[in-house]
Write a protein of this length. Structure first.
Ligand code: HSE
Length: 306
């Protein structure tokens, strides 16, 4: 067993347009840093800054415990999570913490976990945070690049590594409102019209092929969603206005990041201008916002082991 492990895990964009609960894109920035210490008397989880996340019933705790239990270990641990990824913003905050926590626990226990096991453990974190064990964010945060969930049960995933992707910038704009994933999922219907499903199959297939073909213009062109967005838009009254601002400033694609409220734009150039215009549009709709200009990034990394 190790006594100290430090891991970092990135934010991610789930769904990536049409791929509800299936596509994910790891971001270069921001990242959560998770420090796990064993050899302590009491289990404690500390988040920095203090987002008033419950100290035990939280995603990271659930994910770390799942790995510990699998190994029949029940020792107390201290976990410090330096949150680069703001909770409730739509860029996979609970996923980054869960993946970091599960990976740190596996490394601390000298357990060579398969990717699928880390994903499965992290999905328990997602379930705790949002009521649903979706694995699109955790897969992207663990593996990096553009990810595809081929199957949920059993877990089977694909990652197109960042080196194989086309080069582009991603502007993520986060309005100063919290939209819980639980709420964003509660507005979705149990069934959707076949024509909408067909549209999304076309978008998804085109995006995957265009990613491999390094054709970012085509990825941007088909970053649409006929299945989920029409229902979620009622929770995001700013959506059309901000999209118009982004594309008007030169973005080649635009969509909601995960369950929202964050939105993202794909740019080949003009990322700063796009960010400024998206923030202006949010302001005009009555919301303060902040943008992050980033790109596709690598997955979780083990930084220190002692
Ligand atoms: N695929 C999930 C959703 C991601 O859209 O609800 C949540 O972050």
């Amino acid at each position: 067993m190790k006594s100290y492990v430090k891991v970092s895990a990135p934010a991610s964009i789930a769904n990536f347009g049409p791929g509800f609960d299936t596509f994910g894109m790891a971001l270069e920035e921001p990242r959560d840093v998770i420090e796990l210490t064993l050899d302590v008397y009491e289990t404690e989880i500390e988040t920095v800054p203090d987002y008033s996340i419950p100290t035990k019933k939280n995603a990271a705790f659930a994910a770390a415990n799942a790995i510990a239990w699998k190994n029949r270990v029940n020792s107390p641990f201290h976990m410090k999570i330096t949150k680069g990824v703001r909770p409730g913003s739509g860029i996979g905050s609970s996923a980054a913490s869960s993946v970091g926590a599960a990976l740190a626990m596996a490394v601390a226990m000298d357990y060579e976990a398969k990717d699928e096991e880390i994903i499965q453990a992290s999905s328990l974190g997602e379930k705790m945070a949002s009521g649903s064990a979706h694995i699109d964010n955790v897969t992207a945060s663990l593996l990096g690049g553009f990810t595809i969930v081929s199957s949920r049960n059993p877990v089977d995933v694909i990652s197109i590594p960042v080196e194989r992707l086309p080069k582009f910038d991603i502007v993520v704009t986060l309005p100063d409102v919290v939209l819980e994933t639980r709420k964003s999922r509660s507005v979705l219907p149990r069934q959707v019209p076949l024509t909408d499903a067909v549209e999304n199959i076309s978008y998804c297939s085109t995006i995957v092929h265009s990613m491999l073909d390094r054709n970012i213009e085509k990825v941007g062109k088909y970053l649409n969603d006929a299945v989920v967005l029409p229902y979620r838009k009622q929770l995001m009254p700013w959506y059309d206005r901000v999209m118009k601002a982004a594309t008007g400033a030169g973005a080649i694609g635009f969509s909601v990041s995960g369950a929202g409220p964050a939105v993202f734009a794909i740019c080949i150039e003009n990322a700063r201008k796009v960010a400024a215009e998206m923030e202006k549009a949010f302001k005009a709709a009555g919301f303060k916002s902040q943008s992050i200009i980033t790109k596709p990034g690598k997955g979780a990394e083990v930084l220190t082991v002692k």
